[in-house]
Design a protein around this ligand. Structure first.
Ligand code: AGP
Length: 372
């Protein structure tokens, strides 16, 4: 197994290092003259025409990728999108039919909960498309169409490179669907493609610039009993993912919140020394959203929280209120999550390592959950 790790201390460390390639490989062959054209969906335009609703269904990390995908599909394809955990979707009486497109997301393609949701959607007459990392797996075989992520095999139980590849595939899908439906302009699509193609180098920059910093931070926090994560907009699913990574491999209580929810309850948890990661959106995308999150940071800081902010390079607004700032390169609003999640993955991995835990094989968990 040590040879398979290629010199890395764990599969997870290797897989995080492979993230620039995972994203680049998922984009490759899917851009033509500044527009996204997904060859696997050639002849499947009908999947996107005449639909009145998209439901994204998945479990765990894949569902958080889906939450980011909702923004991309709504923005570019102009269809209402709901994200549903597969095991919740399947056990009620959802309003779906032939004008519903159900998009499932699964790294393994074998997750039983997600598979059952896809079968259920098909029985109800919905159109089905899967986003999957494993060629020929059961879920893509049960779907009308598939868009493969090309992250390569993922061995560590905690999903990392598959997650960034899933978001990439959803961005591609949003642009593809927007072109088919005529809802995205050529100029917007070309700008988005440029943003997409710049991602691999930017992920590599986050790894190069922040790996040592975040690892050191995790080392200092090895005795921490609880960590909170806050985000808004596409930063919210990243907060959820940061918390899940920490729970899974370092067995530390962690929770992700929508920052706007703070005063509706969670702020009661803040006491002196409580570590809180905050995903700060770029002020270039929305000055309003940025200001709201800065004000959330001030609120928790005033109550003694230890605030670790993930912010865009050059954003100085937060310096007076942050204990630590982790920098990510500038990127379009929908592309930021792919960069912002990287330090959170490194943090979870470094904290688990500092606690002497096996990061690849956490207790009680299986890589692929093939039972309901
Ligand atoms: C991620 O770190 C988890 N191990 C888990 O949430 C996983 O994403 C989920 O079980 C879904 O798996 P899948 O992508 O193979 O369907």
């Amino acid at each position: 197994a040590s040879a398979e790790k290629g010199g890395w201390p764990s599969f997870m460390a290797k897989e995080v290092a492979e993230e620039p390639d995972a994203v680049a490989n998922t984009i490759r062959g899917r851009v033509q003259d500044g527009a996204v054209v997904i060859p696997e969906l050639d002849g499947s335009d009908e999947l996107f025409r005449g639909i009145d609703r998209i439901i994204i269904t998945a479990c765990g990390t894949a569902s958080y990728a889906g939450m980011v995908g909702k923004y991309a599909l709504e923005q570019w394809a102009r269809v209402p999108v709901d994200v549903e955990l597969a095991h919740e979707f399947r056990y009620r009486d959802p309003v779906i039919g032939e004008n519903t497109l159900v998009v499932s997301i699964s790294q393994s393609g074998e997750t039983m909960d997600t598979l059952m949701a896809v079968k259920y959607a098909r029985e109800r007459g919905a159109r089905t498309l899967s986003i999957c990392n494993t060629q020929g797996a059961t879920i893509p075989r049960e779907s009308d169409a598939v868009v493969y992520t090309h992250a390569g095999p993922e061995v560590a139980v905690a999903s990392t490179k598959a997650f960034v590849a899933q978001i990439t595939a959803l961005l591609l899908l949003g642009l593809h669907a927007g072109r088919v439906r005529g809802t995205v302009s050529a100029a917007d699509a070309a700008a988005a493609v440029a943003d997409l193609e710049a991602l691999p180098a930017k992920i590599a920059k986050v790894l190069a610039d922040e790996q040592a910093h975040v690892t050191q931070l995790a080392g200092w926090m090895a005795d921490t009993r609880s960590v909170l994560f806050l985000g808004r907009h596409v930063g919210y699913p990243i907060a959820l993912e940061g918390a899940l990574k920490l729970k899974e491999i370092s067995y530390i209580h962690a929770e992700g919140f929508a920052a706007g929810e703070l005063k509706h309850g969670p702020i009661a948890l803040i006491e002196p020394g409580q570590p809180v990661f905050v995903l700060l959106p770029s002020p270039r995308h929305s000055a309003l959203l940025h200001a709201k999150v800065v004000s959330n940071i001030q609120e928790i800081r005033a109550r003694g929280a230890r605030v670790i902010v993930i912010a865009e390079e050059g954003d100085a607004a937060v310096l007076p209120f942050a204990d630590e700032v982790i920098r990510i390169p500038l990127a379009g609003a929908l592309f930021e999550p792919i960069l912002a999640v990287v330090p959170l993955q490194i943090f979870a991995m470094a904290l688990a390592t500092a606690k002497g835990l096996d990061v690849d094989q956490p207790r009680n968990l299986a890589k692929s959950v093939t039972v309901e």
